[in-house]
Design a protein around this ligand. Structure first.
Ligand code: FE2
Length: 262
């Protein structure tokens, strides 16, 4: 297994968006000259060797087929890591409930649900050895994990072809859903005040689901335990107003997240 750089360039609104993603590549490759553009080398599989598909290959195929739907992307994430896709669906569901509780319009509620579905798309490029690791991550593994926000934003920027306010917001939510009100979290910049409300909603949904889900590294908390943690971290790690809205919603939630509608 070796690391490689994956570059994608897309033209959007008369500007080139350059996508450079550090990706995990499994394919033994050699560079050969492209007949169409002799000045550029293309990468071809070494004959006779095992060739595994690149983690972004299905994404490119989806994009080539036309409009990409959020559910298609979650399905793709599920092919890579089933528990991450389940998490994305539940986060979308909780985010939708919070948005409703905050009085968002029907259309805006549906958009927030979509942002929840898409928030962890960067994990397409996080190795399963890190995603599924039983026990605590090392500092190096945390560093790899933290990249999923920037990578998710880059993947969505390159995949969601329509340059709309909704898609731009999906990119921001992917990028900032781990940024905390006290300025901690990641990415290191910008300041917390630049984080949109939609990302703060997804952050609360994300933390609740992470606490109440069976993960390789922890025993799930009960609903009551998770709620008491949310109360404790409101205002520092999570937006206080959004937590308050979630606590009202939580009264109607089942005890087990396995019963949450998909
Ligand atoms: Fe995340």
């Amino acid at each position: 297994m070796m690391c490689a750089l994956v570059y994608g360039m897309i033209n959007r609104s008369r500007r080139l968006v350059f996508l450079g993603l550090a990706a995990v590549a499994f394919t033994p490759t050699v560079a050969v000259a492209s007949p169409a553009s002799p000045s550029h080398a293309v990468v071809a599989p070494r004959p006779g060797k095992f060739v595994a598909k690149h983690p972004l290959a299905p994404l490119r195929r989806l994009k080539a087929q036309g409009r990409v739907d959020a559910r298609d992307l979650v399905k793709l994430l599920g092919e890579k890591n089933a528990s991450t896709a389940g998490h994305a669906r539940r986060v979308g569901h909780y985010a939708k409930l919070i948005a409703k509780e905050l009085g968002f319009s029907k259309r805006h509620v549906a958009q927030v649900q979509r942002y929840g579905f898409l928030h962890d798309m960067g994990k397409l490029l996080t190795p399963n050895t890190v995603l599924n690791k039983p026990g605590r991550l090392t500092e190096r593994e945390f560093k790899v994990m933290r990249h999923h926000t920037d990578r998710g934003a880059a993947i969505l920027r390159a995949t969601l072809s329509q340059d709309s306010a909704e898609n731009r917001m999906a990119v921001k939510v992917a990028k900032y859903h781990h940024k905390r009100p006290d300025g901690k979290g990641y990415p290191a910049n910008p300041m917390a005040k630049k984080v949109p409300l939609e990302a703060k909603i997804v952050a609360v949904a994300d933390v609740y689901d992470a606490m109440t889900s069976q993960r390789s590294y922890n025993v799930p908390k009960t609903k009551a335990q998770a709620i008491s943690v949310l109360r404790a971290i409101a205002g520092t790690q999570l937006n206080a107003k959004v937590v308050k809205a979630f606590l009202r919603v939580a009264k109607r939630l089942p005890e087990s997240n396995g019963q949450v509608a998909k």
